[in-house]
Design a protein around this ligand. Structure first.
Ligand SMILES: Nc1nc2c(ncn2[C@@H]2O[C@H](COP(=O)(O)OP(=O)(O)OP(=O)(O)O)[C@@H](O)[C@H]2O)c(=O)[nH]1
Ligand SMILES: [Mg+2]
Length: 451
């Protein structure tokens, strides 16, 4: 027997938002417009070894009139469930009160009740009719206070709801983090003893699944880093001078591929967290928009000093350490010396990023080559961008429908939180990556950065 919960309440109180967040499903319709949900929609929440169902329902439209109808039957407490059944079967009622019929049907079929109210709006007697009708169904129930705009009336709601519901919880579907979602599921398990085992299993499954999502994310970042650090394009030319002509074409091809590759990872990361409706493309990122927008790099990667420390920790040779310091220096010049868009952009233009080379071929002719990136800060930039998106996406509740707002990340702060061995291993990995050397268990080294 699967646990089933009907999410009911006034229109526009966040019922669908709660279903969306708990089911991790961003296709459920949520809108400012009252009366968005018009049918009782069953949403299955499947985990590895268990599952449960949430029924999203339309809001009560005429609870006062419905209660009047029920009370006119004038029956004692032991008859109330039968009166509700009668109400559902009555053809006139079906026409007059279609929303109440739809929302009460799953409850009478055995669903437990999750009654949702808005904690930022005052309690009013008009809600009493709804709560009274729900009480007549005799089904186990709990109340959820959703503080949509603020918590101003949470306390007064708590007092009112306690008279009708044994369990009252505050739950904000836009903000509730993973732990709060698990805690709510635990409360669900108290509603019916026979559902307890299944819901405990769901909880355990979710915890494991979340760990798996993190590992999958680390794997995505590892593959991205390897690909971006290794990529190069080349073209054969007959004369050395022709290389100058093909460089712009090669550079364009190179940048296009690198951008696409990063974009692909972002799409995959969104899919890992089941955010299929959140469309973000690198081009739309507010800040900094572009993998090749070098003057913004310092916001994602490391600065001069941090790079020097990284080089020292990685045990780099004196030469490599000097490279890193020079690279860091150039970022700071780009940022401060020339102003964000002035001198810095010319000096640190994208064409400085990857190596352009022309090489003589043994059988005659030449090869013009673009890439791979040689700048030691590059792996950090890739990591910084990914970690920022990871933090946003992995914490994003599925009720959230506004676009992701991108801000720069202080990667160094994240790195400093690692213990010394992890930090050292990470820097060593970055130093190898930029030399196109393989790194064993790269995803494991990246995992501690994903929190
Ligand atoms: N900021 C914020 N807005 C919320 C929250 N919960 C719901 N909303 C907003 O409230 C409005 C209604 O949310 P829905 O989830 O569609 O409400 P509903 O109860 O399913 O509405 P109907 O289907 O029309 O009965 C939407 O504009 C949501 O964005 C919340 O926790 N925080
Ligand atoms: Mg709805």
């Amino acid at each position: 027997m699967r646990p089933v919960f009907a999410v009911v309440g006034h229109p526009n109180k966040g019922k669908s938002s709660i279903v969306s967040t708990l089911a991790r499903n961003d296709t459920i319709r949520i809108s400012q417009q009252s009366g968005t949900t018009t049918t009782a929609d069953c949403v299955r929440v499947e985990t590895a070894h268990a599952g449960y169902e949430l029924v999203d329902t339309p809001g009560f439209q005429r609870p006062g009139k419905v209660l009047e109808w029920l009370q006119q039957k004038g029956v004692a407490a032991d008859q109330r469930v039968a009166v509700i059944q009668q109400f559902l079967a009555d053809e006139q009622c079906q026409q007059r009160f279609p929303d109440e019929i739809r929302l009460l049907t799953p409850i009478m079929q055995g669903a437990a009740i999750l009654y949702v109210v808005d904690g930022s709006r005052p309690f009013g007697v008009e809600y009493e009719a709804e709560m009274e009708i729900l009480r007549w169904t005799g089904q186990p129930s709990m109340a959820l206070i959703n503080p949509i705009e603020n918590e101003d009336y949470v306390e007064s709601w708590s007092k009112a709801l306690a008279q009708y519901f044994k369990i009252v919880r505050v739950f904000n579907p836009f903000q509730a983090d993973f732990a709060k979602q698990l805690a709510l599921l635990e409360a669900f398990a108290h509603l019916k003893p026979e559902w307890r085992e299944a819901l405990d299993q769901v909880n355990q499954d979710l915890i494991q699944f979340r760990e798996q999502q993190k590992q999958d994310s680390a794997e995505l970042l590892a593959r991205l880093l390897e690909d971006l650090c290794q990529y190069r394009v080349s073209q054969k030319v007959l004369e050395k001078s022709q290389a100058d002509v093909v460089y712009p074409v090669l550079a364009e091809k190179y940048h296009h591929w690198m951008r696409q590759r990063e974009q692909q990872t972002i799409t995959e990361l969104l899919a890992v967290y089941a955010h299929f409706q959140t469309k973000i493309s690198v081009d739309e990122l507010h800040l900094p928009p572009d993998l090749f927008d070098c003057e913004h790099w310092f916001m994602w990667g490391l600065d001069k000093q941090q790079l020097a420390i990284a080089a020292a920790l990685a045990g780099a040779t004196a030469g490599a350490a000097a490279d890193m310091v020079v690279a860091g220096h150039s970022f700071m010049l780009g940022a401060i010396g020339g102003g964000i868009l002035g001198f810095g952009s010319a000096w640190l233009g994208a064409d400085k990023l990857q190596q352009m080379k022309v090489k003589g071929l043994p059988l005659g002719g030449f090869e013009a080559i673009c890439g791979p990136v040689s700048n030691p800060n590059f792996p950090y930039v890739v990591i910084g961008r990914f970690v920022y998106l990871y933090q946003q996406i992995s914490r994003r509740n599925h009720a959230q429908r506004t676009p992701l707002v991108i801000n720069p990340l202080n990667l160094n702060e994240q790195i400093e939180q690692l213990d010394k061995a992890d930090r050292k291993a990470l820097h060593a990995a970055c130093a190898r990556l930029i030399k196109q050397k393989t790194v064993d268990s790269l995803s494991l080294l990246l995992l501690p950065l994903l929190n």
